[in-house]
Write a protein that binds this ligand. Structure first.
Ligand code: ADP
Ligand code: MG
Length: 615
């Protein structure tokens, strides 16, 4: 039998590959304008005809190309932006794959004019279906102009696949918005046929938003947006969120990271939760949010047309974002202030360096980074151990400043407690605590008053405990006298088998009676009187969801569901011991500030605030 495998000619291979990068006129616009941004252009002009189907032209005042580069640019994997694999982790440019021009040239007729400032003459290249038709030196302005004509001229099936002009035009505009919003210092002009529909002068982000969207909004955007800004060692977040009274049916919602548009359903949720109860569930606020992170901490290398970006510290950034938005809303007195207090409130803690963190957090380990939510190996602390530290402190008080700091939390309890020097552990706590409305624990600290949401605190404590059990060891199991029966359908049975070993570690035990049917013979002893079968179904459903939208890890999801179910609820009257226990365990947690889903656990009311009430 003769051999039948052969290599495809370049033109065919490129055409196939082009399908990945170029799906519609908007993809061409995106690639060309991003190249202009990367070339440092101060002015970019865009011209489209017939919704980009006959022409997309992008003219820029960027750095231009040499004659050789102008030809090279159309080769597949030809790029000036990265050199080696390690560069992938420090990408600051929009492009880096070196695929766009090769793809465009495979499925359209392209004309390139380009000249660098230092060159007297420019160069012109004409290329279509990967074949170069013309290349010559020309007189032209500095910068680069790409004309892309008759998109998919040689792939009729794809051309037919294009949508109506209106739909394609709206895709084009959306790509344009995404780039214009994150490059406000660049001047843009956008022509649809003969008509200039946008001329955006260099400005700041707020003006850029107003210039792009102002006329579509009921009132001036300026009045509708609240500024957010926060800087932490993980991330810098800047931008604007809409005031709750200005929600729209189809809101403007934009995330950018390091100058690049992204979609991020998980962060979207952080924002929506911050608006919880301020807007109707069917409404959605405007937001324009700009993240800056170390390029090493994100993965943008997923797919050329995908806008999802993976963050290394997604959960911590989620919490910071959520707190930042809440804070912005709170500053405008929109939410009752108990949820997130002004200065000294937990969200501020997140933003400050470790030294500035308030007593409850630094008291146990000043070097601890609260964002390291992945490491849960922190030993459980109890008051005896803390008390030991306190004793030590008294012995070395005169010469060891750092140790004094280490025990600040206790010292502060002592100081506020009638300046007593010898204080019993229990007194320190119980003398200071009481419960408010069966919902909050209030305790006195040096800088004022600490309000702890008892349910959320317990969720955090149990979450870390369950997570630790699932990841490290077997949890305490409690045998069940009369096992309940778990019956699963085939789909859920698959997911159940996926998490079964984790459930065993958490303290569950099962006995399989027949296919997809289990007796639940043991449950984690901390679970109390929850409905076990409902809980198991909920965990399976959550795991399924986690798989489809993997923002939480499997372990997170299980631990979080267990913790939510087992945590004591608001409305539960607490004994002194229970309150002590919660405070004790909460501040031994690796992140006492937030629940696993990012809600604030405690709030500080400062001495000044209390004083101000009596002026
Ligand atoms: P990438 O942007 O991933 O590098 P492209 O195929 O989009 O790949 O572009 C290939 C190369 O062509 C770029 O790396 C750049 O050097 C050059 N180039 C493309 N567009 C321009 C432009 N408008 N101005 C200057 N150089 C450009
Ligand atoms: Mg590019």
């Amino acid at each position: 039998m003769s051999d039948i495998i052969h290599l495809l000619p370049d033109s065919v291979a490129n055409q196939i590959a082009a399908g990945e990068v170029i799906q519609r006129p908007a993809s061409v616009l995106k690639e060309l304008v991003e190249n202009s941004i990367d070339a440092g252009a101060g002015f970019i002009q865009i011209v489209i005809k017939d919704a980009g189907k006959t022409l997309i032209q992008v003219i820029d005042t960027g750095k231009g190309m040499t004659e050789t580069d102008a030809r090279m640019a159309f080769e597949r994997h030809a790029t000036s932006k990265i050199k080696e694999a390690s560069d992938l982790f420090s990408i600051r440019t929009m492009g880096f794959r070196g695929e766009a021009l090769a793809s465009i040239a495979a499925i359209a007729q392209v004309e390139l004019h380009t000249r660098r400032v230092e060159d007297e003459l420019g160069v012109m290249v004409e290329i279509a279906g990967t074949r170069v038709f013309k290349q010559e030196t020309i007189h032209c302005d500095t910068g680069t102009s790409f004309s892309v004509k008759n998109l998919f001229f040689n792939v009729p099936a794809r051309r037919r696949f294009l949508k109506s002009d209106n739909v394609e035009k709206s895709h084009l505009l959306n790509e344009f918005y995404r780039i214009a919003l994150v490059n406000p210092e660049v001047e843009f002009s956008f022509f649809d046929g003969e008509e200039e529909i946008y001329h955006l002068h260099p400005s700041n982000i707020k003006m850029r938003i107003e210039n792009l969207f102002g006329k579509n909004l009921k009132k001036r955007l300026q009045q509708q947006l609240l500024t957010i800004e926060t800087t932490t060692n993980l991330v810098t977040i800047n931008g604007f969120v809409g005031k709750p009274e200005f929600v729209q049916k189809s809101p403007y919602q934009y995330f950018f990271v390091n100058g690049r548009y992204m979609r991020h359903p998980y962060f979207h949720k952080a924002i929506m939760l911050a608006y919880n109860q301020l807007i109707q569930p069917s409404e959605s606020p405007n937001y324009f949010i700009y993240f800056e992170v170390d390029p090493e901490c994100i993965d943008i290398n997923i797919h050329p047309t995908k806008t999802e970006i993976k963050f290394e510290n997604e959960q911590a950034i989620w919490s910071i974002l959520n707190a930042t938005v809440k804070e912005a809303l709170g500053k405008f007195n929109i939410i009752p202030s108990i949820d997130f207090d002004q200065e000294g409130a937990p969200e501020i803690l997140v933003n400050k360096s470790i030294e500035n963190i308030l007593p409850p957090q630094t008291s146990f380990n000043p070097n601890y980074n609260p964002f390291h939510t992945t490491s849960y190996h922190r030993p459980d602390m109890d008051w005896e151990k803390l008390y030991k530290g306190f004793e030590q402190k008294k012995e070395i008080q005169t010469n060891e400043q750092s140790d004094i700091k280490e025990n600040e939390f206790l010292t502060q309890h002592t100081e506020t407690g009638n300046e007593q020097q010898t204080i019993e552990t229990e007194d320190v706590v119980s003398a200071m605590n009481f419960q408010l409305k069966n919902k909050f624990i209030i305790t006195s600290i040096k800088s004022g008053m600490l309000l702890i949401d008892q349910h959320r605190a317990h969720v955090r404590i149990l979450y870390e405990m369950f997570l630790n059990q699932i990841e490290n060891k077997k949890g305490l199991a409690q045998q069940v006298l009369f096992p309940e029966v778990l019956v699963l359908d085939a789909d859920h049975s698959l997911y159940f088998n996926q998490i079964k070993s984790e459930l065993l570690k958490a303290g569950f035990d099962f006995e399989s009676t027949e296919a997809d049917t289990y007796n639940v013979t043991a449950i984690p002893s901390q679970l109390g009187s929850v409905s076990v079968i409902d809980l198991l179904h909920e965990m399976i459903a959550n795991v399924k969801q986690t798989e489809q939208n993997p923002v939480y890890t499997l372990h997170d999801s299980l631990a979080s569901t267990l913790a939510q179910a087992a945590a004591l609820k608001s409305g539960h009257t607490l004994t002194k011991e229970e309150m002590n226990n919660i405070i004790d365990k909460l501040f031994a947690c690796s992140n006492p500030n937030f629940t696993p889903d990012g809600r604030i656990i405690f709030s500080v009311i400062t001495n000044e605030e209390i004083q101000s009430k009596f002026r």
